[in-house]
Ligand binder design. Sequence first.
Ligand SMILES: [Zn+2]
Length: 281
Amino acid sequence: MTAPHDAQARRAIAPVICYPVETLPAPDMALLTAARADLVKTSETLIPARDAACFTVPAGHFFRITSVQGPQVGDLNLWNANDLNERFYSGKTRALHGTHITTGDRMWSSFPALRPMATITHDTLGWYGIDDFGGSVHDVIGTRCDPYTHNLLSGGQYHHCCHSNLTRALAAQLKLPLDQAETFVHDVLNVFMCTGFTRDTGQYFMKASPVRPGDYLEFFAEIDLLGCLSACPGGDCSAEHSSDAAACHPLLVETFAAKPGALDAWQPPASNSYDRSHGPG
Ligand SMILES: [Zn+2]
């Protein structure tokens, strides 16, 4: 194919940001930072290696995902605990905040609510930035490892992909048949995973996570949350997933309450105010 005579000029046009975030409702980070300085632990859930478990977080509480024992990536799903149809919207979160999220960014929910479900209040890997390969940590570009793609590419039946782990854990939590639970599983936040797109072919890549035991990612629950976290069979995702080959470790989820009065100034987010009439006629 022959390029047009002005190909270089067309390529040289500067990009514009699709969604400038200056008008995006911002979290009160000063309030949340002050509140998180004095937290009381209310529960903990250990996510077994190559498996998943659910946890709940009341609105106005915090939760933390911590690496324990060894480098490990986690695949996180979040739902409105009172309405499973409102779930984490990875694609719109990516459009608003970029390919990877960190302190001050928010996990946005699906239409029609489109509101912050959780705000990241601390990230011990916040120092990582973007490396020379274009890689960064905590992505909203991957989907979740799943047995269908594995079957497509490699054949066989592998049952401990994050998709199946999340499905089993959600089914057990809600006492639903597996096929019903599966319909609620959605694209994840890849906690601690180091990923990007190759510069030459634009392909999704992963590399060994920089996470080490003691590192954590902490969130503030803006609404009542049901969470489900899978400790990915890829381990630190340095080589492969969708098999039992990688060294895998548990992940710890802890929930915390702020001291009474610390969040009196906080307002839970309302659902989106678009009227949903969609302009008929
Ligand atoms: Zn996975």
